[in-house]
Every structure is written in structure tokens, then in C-alpha cells.
Design a protein. Structure first.
Length: 184
């Protein structure tokens, strides 16, 4: 809707995400550069668009004040109309950021209940989560990348016991769940 990202951004993010998974498993330290680079285009577009809209709003605010000082009703009305247009565009852009956060929270909740089996959707959700954090101006050091790249993994060792033919196997509980931080 806002044209802030496209398929190539998602593909670059997917490649960076898998590289980061490999790096984390080998070095045990998160690599922010590749993931941040994959969301840089959308972040820059959002920030540039917001700056342009706020600058435009300030320009029309100034024009309104000048017209009011002169008592020029027509110019005041025109400037007020332009301010309203810019305010609507700013509201829509802020709505994008809000909707992105809502998607991330909803996906995170539903993905705990349902296995979508869709790697592209999972990639988009991770992209959206990092983009949302970047639009909130979180620094790379405060973003836990392991939450973005290592999702849905719960590997437990299985005992190598041979089942007795006559016994009915007993289903063991899965164990403690959760482990995510507040706001994930």
C-alpha cells in the first residue's frame, strides 16, 4: 500500500536470515549487519517519506500563519486545506507502522497455535518484526536476533529405549513451553 518494500527486500532478508542462523549456530553471537541491510531500504523510505510529509506540514503551517498575519482568508483556507492533506498522509504512514506491529503480535500468537507450514509467511513475519523495531528506532544492540532467526525450534534428545511389544506406550508431556520475552 505504501510501497516501502517489495519482493526483492523480502528475498534479501531471507538470505540474510539464513546466513545469520548459520553465523549464530557457529559463533554464538548475533550478526546484525546483514539483517539490518535487508531492511535498510524500507526503513529509509519510511523515514524519508515521514520527513518529507512533516516538512510539508511545517511549510503549510508557516503559510497559514503568514496569511493570518495579513488577514488573507483565502490563503488561510488554502493553507489549512493543504495541512489537512499532509496530516492525513502522516496518519496513514503512522497507521502502517501500527498495522505492522499488530501483524507481528497476531502472527506471533497464532503461530504458537497453528503450524502454517509456509516459510515465505514466516520470513515475512520476521522481516516485519525487524522492520517494526527499526521504525521505532531501536538500536541494533537492543534487538535480540535469535528471536527473529531461530523460531519454532525445540530440539530434545530422545531416549534410545526399545519398546516392549506387549506394553502400550505412554505419551510423555512435551515439557515447559514459552520462554519468549515480554513483547515478543
Amino acid at each position: 500500500e505504501h510501497g516501502l518494500y517489495d519482493e526483492k527486500d523480502l528475498t534479501a532478508f531471507k538470505e540474510a536470515r539464513f546466513k545469520t542462523i548459520r553465523d549464530i549456530t557457529h559463533t554464538k553471537s548475533p550478526q546484525h549487519k546483514a539483517l539490518y541491510a535487508a531492511t535498510a531500504g524500507a526503513t529509509a523510505l519510511y523515514n524519508d517519506k515521514m520527513k518529507m510529509l512533516r516538512d510539508g506540514m511545517a511549510t503549510w503551517e508557516s503559510a497559514f500563519e503568514k496569511a493570518r498575519a495579513k488577514g488573507d482568508e483565502a490563503s488561510m483556507k488554502s493553507a489549512d486545506h493543504h495541512q489537512d492533506e499532509y496530516a492525513e498522509q502522516i496518519k496513514a504512514l503512522m497507521g502502517f507502522k501500527s498495522d505492522l506491529g499488530r501483524f507481528c503480535r497476531t502472527y506471533s500468537y497464532i503461530a504458537q497455535l497453528i503450524d502454517f507450514g509456509d516459510p515465505e509467511l514466516e520470513n515475512f513475519a520476521a522481516f516485519a518484526k525487524l522492520l517494526q523495531k527499526r521504525l521505532q528506532h531501536e538500536t541494533p544492540e537492543t534487538v535480540d536476533l535469535t528471536g527473529l532467526v531461530l523460531t519454532g525450534f525445540d530440539i530434545n534428545a530422545r531416549p534410545d529405549e526399545v519398546e516392549d511389544e506387549g506394553k502400550t506406550p505412554v505419551l510423555q508431556p512435551a515439557g515447559a513451553g514459552g520462554g519468549g520475552a515480554a513483547g515478543d
